[in-house]
Design a protein around this ligand. Structure first.
Ligand code: SAH
Length: 244
């Protein structure tokens, strides 16, 4: 999409009409690929009819078994949900579609993940994404039709990307960010025993990284000190156990 790679991922899609509509939207907003994770809906004549001139997207849909596979090679992923969590539920702390679009502007390969019509995305699936995006709506009934939600998110990305044509940003490599998170998680493992709290802390840190516009030099500095902290901590711990 306009100089960036945008992948639409739908987990467990149930309806052929929605599938057709989503294929059409992928074409409308120049997204690059449609990935379906364990779909229930099939690419039927009905799906083709609703895809209209987006029918070509249906033909090259990529079907995978796990969300992990669908997120391979992605720099920034956002799961979508209408359900906002309580204050302490960091996994369900959302950002808006336009905030997401601004962050996506600074990455090359973006994935947006949508859930099943019946039950949305599981918490386990939500925790595989870097961010969570919610389209604000009536608090009494914010849940939209799946394909309508896809339309809003793709439009927001398109709007920001098209008004920043040619914009270039030296984002840190995904591997560096993954390494920072890996060292952070190792540090948390060394100092925190409570599994639920560990999960909350590592989720918070991941969100912090991906909500920020951390640049290359900053990322290297953070990685440098994380590694030192971890090595020191792990070394001292091992020292202690050998003295026991
Ligand atoms: N009953 C389900 C609703 C799922 S709606 C539930 O309670 O979760 C199907 C999908 O559409 C969601 O998984 C999400 O990807 C998207 N969606 C619907 N409304 C949305 C909203 N307000 N903000 C972001 N995504 C939304």
């Amino acid at each position: 999409m306009l100089g960036r790679y945008v992948r639409v991922v739908v987990v467990g899609i149930e309806g052929e009409i929605n599938l057709g509509f989503i294929a059409r939207l992928v074409k409308n907003f120049e997204a690059d690929d449609l990935y379906l994770v364990s779909p229930i809906a099939k690419i039927t004549e009905e799906a083709r009819r609703f895809a209209a001139k987006g029918v070509g997207v249906l033909e090259k849909t990529v079907i995978v078994n796990t969300l992990e596979e669908a997120l391979k090679g992605i720099d920034l992923s956002a799961c979508t949900s209408a359900k906002i969590g309580e204050e302490k539920d960091v996994l369900r702390h959302p950002i808006t579609p336009w905030e997401f679009a601004e962050l996506a502007l600074k990455r090359n390969r973006i994935a947006v993940v949508f859930g099943r019509e019946s039950v949305g995305l599981t918490r386990e699936e939500l925790s595989q994404c870097d961010l969570m995006v919610t389209i604000p709506g009536n608090p009494e009934y914010p849940v939209m039709n799946l394909s309508h939600a896809v339309a809003v998110i793709l439009y927001e990305l398109y709007k920001v990307f098209s008004s920043h044509r040619g914009f270039k940003y030296e984002a840190p490599n995904r591997n560096i960010l993954d390494k920072i998170m890996e060292y952070f998680n190792n540090i948390v493992n060394e100092v925190e025993l409570d599994e639920r709290r560990k999960h909350k802390i590592t989720t918070s840190f991941r969100r912090l990284i991906f909500k920020s516009n951390i640049d290359k030099a900053e990322a290297y500095n953070v990685l440098y000190i994380m590694r030192k902290i971890y090595v020191k901590l792990a070394g001292r711990d091992h020292g202690n156990t050998s003295n026991d």
